[in-house]
Design a protein around this ligand. Sequence first.
Ligand code: GLU
Length: 304
Amino acid sequence: MRTRRSTTELLVLLLLALSLALFLTACGKSGTPPPKGPKAKDLPSYQVATGVDLDSPTFRSAKSRGRLIVGTKADQPYVAAQDPATGYYSGFDIEIAKMMAASLGFGADRVEFKTITSANRETSLQNGEVDYYVGTYTINDNRKKLVGFAGPYYIAGQSLLVRRNDKSINGPQDLAGKKVCSVAGSTPYQRIVSNYPKATAVAYDSYSVCVDNLISLQVDAVTTDDTILKGYAAKVPDQLRLAGQPFSKEPYGIGVPRGDRTFRLALDDAIVAHEQNGDWQRAYDSTLGLSGVPAPPPPPVDRY
Ligand code: GLU
């Protein structure tokens, strides 16, 4: 047996020890927020229905494809976020999407998520790129001319995210002369443009770009649903805060192709079933609930 290591072996060992030390220091770096996202082990699993058959073109094409394609967001912590390292999506909307899939007879392993920005939601449903869309999608009459909506399954409200040390913004009444960032094709952006014309509205494709711009002093506030903003604030609470109270109602629906009524009503049934069997509550608690707000009662589904 050899007892003495070669210089090369010693060097390799030293390098390994050094990189481990560096890695551990990086993990515990002060100011680095602990990873607080939903943990896979805490998420509920949903009973997958068997023998489902629907006279629905959307359902039929998913069935023959062997999997569902679901549109969502990728950068909204607690709601719908994709881990860049693993590609894994998590959040309340992701859980809602999985519940719907289970009721349609598809296990989570047969759901393919696709990131679609706010501005591209309607076209992605119209051209069949996705079977349904779950991603902080407000139901309103304008959108109903283009797509169908199951739900609502949750009601959010438009809010403001500002830098923690900026005491000048405490509600939408303080936005005159301020640069306010939101996302193109979203209801909050539209509301700022129409109702708060003295604010300078700036639009990007995603809210995380707005948040980067807020931190780097390029804009004064980010506006969108409280659900989304709470997730960003929770990531860097020493730098960001929500200002004032929500100033709109954003009922979240599941977007479906407009003509496919059977599919839409099947998803309405699925929402009610998962609210009644406790899945909705468990999903909320293990995702959005992590931002500190207990689950409100789910809103009544609006079948039309
Ligand atoms: N709920 C709003 C909307 O549907 C804002 C969030 C979003 O852009 O997804 O426009």
